[in-house]
Design a protein. Structure first.
Length: 117
């Protein structure tokens, strides 16, 4: 599984189709790690092979943002506006801080790939 590819499940609507659902529609959704809440989606990426969520962790990690590869998503509940991840809160907390220039930073991306694999 490629961590940087959007899973189809992220854009399935209640009918199981991807009609009228895009990555931008996830902005503002709550994010749930496998063991609890970690924040809200602040932005998403649309570049091929670089699918990711930028999550604002709020007070939980002192207002830090984390970049999570799209492949960490296990499910999305569009009715409840929640995205569920396969990683733990500790994994998210231990990840490097969000770097806005990450798409061109091969070392940063490789470190996150290794971290979340």
């Amino acid at each position: 599984m490629d961590l940087w590819t959007w899973p189809d499940i992220a854009f399935d609507d209640a009918k199981g189709t991807t009609d009228n659902i895009d990555r931008r529609s996830l902005i503002g959704y709550d994010v749930e790690a496998s063991d609890g809440s970690i924040g809200k989606i602040d932005e998403t990426t649309e570049e091929a092979g670089a699918g990711a969520l930028v999550v604002d962790t709020g007070w939980w990690i002192f207002g830090r943002k984390r970049l999570l590869p799209a492949g960490t998503i296990t499910s999305v509940d569009h009715d409840e506006q929640k995205v569920y991840l396969r990683c733990t809160r500790d994994q998210v907390k231990a990840a490097a801080d969000y770097d806005a220039g990450w798409i061109g930073d091969k070392a940063y991306r490789e470190s996150l790939t290794s971290h979340y694999r």
